[in-house]
Design a protein around this ligand. Structure first.
Ligand code: COA
Length: 676
């Protein structure tokens, strides 16, 4: 077997051990494409008749082991029978590997995900690098599918149903230490001992990990129905079965066929083939590639940043500062009110505790986040982000004051959520320096950052903003400078329509339920209360200067009365200990179908107008903005993808019918004529 035979693999033979390197051609990442698997099948078949002491599977890529099946290939599957054939082919290769008559080891560094982990599970041993970058998992549910190369069979058998199904149902990844603890990997060793450990496994025939009798019991036919009920209840809290069928399919697979591996392999393939060609999976795959596109925008330039200075320790400023510190940067947080800084630091501590767990790491991160009442950090910072009150005059005065104090090469940004840059920048001696870096609330959960270049902005500064955003693990989206930019402009009509319905007498929770049923992460009334009704009103007023925005009287009245939402204990809902109280009665109940129609179509109409005005460069970027900035129903693939699925003409007709019923705000806006 010579190296030249294969495009994606090469083999090194040392002391009767074969070291099989995965090195996918023309790619920075190893994925199990059809050609990678076909070659692997040939190699394994050839090895099976050789006199070999052992086989070690490893990756030649620096970044990691194998990132799973090739998601790109999922988009060109013609039918579920074609998909099933492909999956059965993959299963067959791993079964061949599993049945090799000599010890097999997978040597893991970096990510080992999806099909990559399933490949490792088909080996007798898994040896991993003791390193913070090592991570293992089965993220398939995030793509609307479940594992298909035997993962649903081998993983519960190896580590027991509760741990295995937790990984399968949530798609979360775990680090090497956790993987060792639950028996997913046999040995965890430093880089320098990796190869020796693999040799030792083979030479000394070390016993591979075997689950205890108790763990094995979790897969027993008597136990499965009980665990199934628990798993289903837990999953229902996170994923609506109508929108996200994959985890429920995985639970059913395991509970029906958990005792019969042969049947389970066949059913795994059948179930996955049905899911992968379905709308949810195809839309979630689309979202994966939308993320990829934004990620790539953040990888373009080089702008090294070590110190960020944030001005304004309110919710947004404080959370931006905390996020930057979590990403390893030194952060100075400036505010004239010590109380604001202290509550921001308290929130930051809660975030670090939740994300880092390790007390030493938490302490180090806290040390990087420094209160800075007097603004001493301004002069040394690489990036300065203003996040003060949304008021043009206040922002202008602030920029005038700080411009002489900052470095010439520093990036100067405003986190304005609605004000066009052209209104703020003229206050600067060098207006071309100013960019918009619009983060979303909550910063740690919403990965999007709108990058706003005004008419005066120097493109080099916008490029720095893209690079900085990518470096702090957020997704940058360039948008045109215009009131509300992209996301808030589309979201505002949706929020205001919800408020109008409250004014009409529909109960807030009925409106919110309609939005949740559509697939939004939070209802619009609760969202308005959470953002703050005063902030919503102010943003609506700013947008109304350019666009026709009808502000419901009830919103102004609530703000006048001081009922500004969650923060004041009352908005459209009442709050107890920060949680909204659900009303007992369903006063003003009306058909959720029409509520959903009114909410979503207002958003859609505005999205078409934004696309027409070029606020985002194209339809895919607009969809990416709504998914990553608002959590817009990912299983629908984005707001314009939703229109595509429903049919643009169909939606336009529905808008016209709403216009007849509710008036001009539903009139199809400019852009509908050209959209396809
Ligand atoms: N299939 C196809 N392409 C993949 C892939 C997969 N499973 N996983 C990663 N890639 C590609 C990305 O599209 C990207 O391509 P590009 O360079 O042409 O843009 C490249 O590999 C690097 O990925 P990127 O995400 O930019 O690198 P990262 O270091 O930030 O993250 C991973 C690496 C593997 C953690 C991340 O890409 C990931 O989560 N991939 C998906 C894993 C998955 O869901 N596997 C199960 C599939 S069923």
């Amino acid at each position: 077997m010579t190296d030249q035979q294969f495009k994606n693999w090469y083999i090194v033979e040392e002391q009767d051990i074969y070291w099989l390197y995965c090195d996918k051609a023309d790619s920075s990442t190893n994925v199990l494409s059809e050609s990678v698997l076909t070659e692997l099948s040939t190699i394994v078949k050839k090895l099976s008749v050789k006199q070999v002491r052992g086989l070690v599977l490893l990756s030649a890529k620096k970044s990691g082991f194998i990132a799973g099946a090739d998601i790109e290939e999922f988009t060109s599957l013609k039918s579920s029978s074609a998909a099933e054939q492909l999956i059965r082919g993959g299963q067959a290769v791993l079964t061949l590997l599993e049945k090799l008559p000599f010890p097999t080891v997978s040597l893991i560094h970096g990510y080992c995900l999806g099909g990559g982990l399933e490949l490792a599970l088909a080996c007798r041993y898994r040896v991993a690098k003791d390193d913070i970058h090592t991570c293992l998992g089965l993220p398939e549910v995030k793509l609307g599918i479940h594992p298909g190369f035997g993962g649903t069979v081998r993983l519960p058998r190896l580590i027991g149903a509760p741990q295995a199904m937790d990984l399968i149902l949530t798609g979360k990844t775990i680090d090497a230490y956790r993987a060792k603890k639950i028996g997913l990997i046999d040995h965890l060793v430093p880089d320098r001992h990796l190869k020796d450990m693999a040799i030792k496994c083979i030479a000394d025939k070390l016993p591979p990990h075997k689950p205890s009798a108790f763990i094995q019991m979790t897969n027993h036919a008597f136990v499965r129905p009980i665990l199934k009920a628990v798993m289903t209840r837990k999953t229902e809290k996170k994923a609506d079965p109508h929108h996200y069928p994959a985890p429920y399919a995985a639970i059913n697979l395991w509970s029906h066929y958990g005792g019969n591996p042969k049947a389970m392999y066949a059913e795994e393939a059948k179930s996955l083939a049905g899911l992968i060609t379905g709308t949810t999976a195809q839309n979630l795959i689309r979202v994966f590639f939308l993320r990829d596109r934004l990620k790539a925008l953040g990888k373009g330039g080089t702008f090294p940043v070590s110190h960020v200075h944030v001005i304004g320790a309110g919710t947004m400023g404080g959370d931006i500062a905390a996020w930057c510190a979590l990403q390893g940067l030194k952060v100075t947080l400036q505010d004239i009110t010590p109380k604001s800084i202290s509550s921001a630091i308290k929130r930051a501590y809660a975030l670090f505790k939740q994300r880092l767990k390790n007390p030493r790491l938490i302490r180090n991160t806290m040390d990087r986040l420094m209160p800075d009442i007097t603004g001493t950090g301004l002069s040394g910072a690489d990036v300065i982000i203003e996040a003060v009150f949304e008021d043009t005059q206040v922002k202008k005065e602030l920029f005038q004051k700080i411009e002489p104090l900052i470095r010439q090469d520093a990036l100067l940004a405003t986190n304005t959520s609605t004000i066009p840059l052209e209104e703020i920048a003229p206050s600067l001696a060098k207006p071309e320096r100013l960019v918009g870096l619009h983060f979303f609330n909550p910063v740690a959960k919403m990965p999007l950052v709108e990058i706003i270049a005004g008419e005066l902005t120097d493109p080099a500064e916008a490029a720095k903003a893209l690079s900085f955003t990518g470096s702090i693990d957020r997704l940058p989206l360039p948008v045109k400078s215009s009131p509300g930019f992209l996301v808030n402009r589309i979201l505002m009509p949706y929020l205001l329509e919800a408020v109008l319905m409250v004014e009409e007498g529909v109960a807030p929770h009925v409106i919110d339920r309609a939005a949740l049923e559509f697939g939004m992460p939070m209802g619009p009334v609760l969202l308005a209360d959470t953002v703050g009704l005063d902030i919503c009103l102010h943003a609506a007023e700013i947008m109304s200067e350019k666009y026709s925005v009808i502000i419901p009287g009830i919103l102004e009245q609530k703000v006048k009365e001081g009922h500004t939402g969650r923060k004041s204990g009352e908005g459209f809902y009442r709050y107890k200990n920060g949680k909204h109280i659900m009303p007992k009665s369903s006063s003003g109940l009306s058909a959720t179908g029409q509520i959903e129609e009114r909410l979503i179509l207002r958003m859609v109409n505005e999205a078409i107008s934004c696309l027409d005005e070029g606020i985002a460069e194209d339809a895919d970027l607009l969809d990416a903005g709504m998914v990553f900035g608002t959590g817009f129903a990912p299983f629908r693939g984005g707001i314009l993808q939703y229109c595509r699925t429903e049919g643009f003409e169909n939606i336009r007709e529905r808008l016209t019918s709403l216009e007849e019923q509710f008036g001009e705000r539903f009139h199809p806006m400019q852009g509908w004529e050209t959209i396809k």
